[in-house]
Design a protein. Structure first.
Length: 152
C-alpha cells in the first residue's frame, strides 16, 4: 500500500508556468490574453458603430498581388492608401489602429470585408502596416477604436 501511495505521489501533475516548458515536453506559450471588445457605459450607444467603441485582436496586411483588385465596397485596393478590412464595421468608418507592441497608431478607413481567420480582426493596407511597423512581424496585436462613423 505504501509503495502504491509513493507511485501515485510521484505521478502527480506538474504545473507548467505560463511561457515555460519542461525540458522534454515543449509547450508553446499561450497567446497574450486580450479582451475581444470593450463595452461602452450603458448610457451610451454600445454597438460597434459608436464613436469610442474598442476591439482587441490581431491584424495582418494585404498581399501585393491584390493591388488594383476590387474590394467588397467596390473600391479598388491601393496599397498606398490607409484602408482596412473588418468583418462588420460599416464601409467608410474611420478607426484608429494601435500596434500594442510599440504603441504606434494610424487612422484607417474601412473599405472591405474580412479577415476570415479566427482571432484576426483586420486586414490592413500595406501603407497602414508600414506605418505601424508591422511589415516584418506580419501579424500583430492591435487595438481598434472607432473614431468617426460613416457619413451618409
Amino acid at each position: 500500500m505504501g509503495l502504491m501511495l509513493g507511485l501515485l505521489t510521484a505521478c502527480q501533475a506538474i504545473t507548467v508556468e505560463r511561457g515555460n516548458a519542461l525540458p522534454n515536453n515543449p509547450v508553446k506559450p499561450p497567446a497574450r490574453d486580450l479582451p475581444r471588445t470593450h463595452e461602452l457605459p450603458r448610457t451610451e450607444k454600445s454597438d460597434s458603430t459608436a464613436i469610442g467603441w474598442v476591439e482587441y485582436g490581431t491584424a495582418d496586411y494585404y498581399s501585393d498581388i491584390l493591388q488594383g483588385r476590387s474590394t467588397t465596397s467596390g473600391e479598388l485596393y491601393d496599397r498606398e492608401k490607409l484602408t482596412a478590412a473588418h468583418a462588420t464595421l460599416p464601409f467608410g468608418t474611420i478607426c484608429r489602429i494601435t500596434n500594442l507592441a510599440n504603441e504606434r497608431s494610424v487612422d484607417v478607413r474601412i473599405n472591405d470585408r474580412g479577415p476570415l481567420r479566427e482571432g484576426r480582426i483586420l486586414h490592413l493596407s500595406y501603407r497602414a502596416a508600414r506605418e505601424l511597423n508591422a511589415i516584418t512581424a506580419g501579424v500583430i496585436d492591435v487595438q481598434l477604436e472607432v473614431i468617426k462613423r460613416r457619413q451618409f
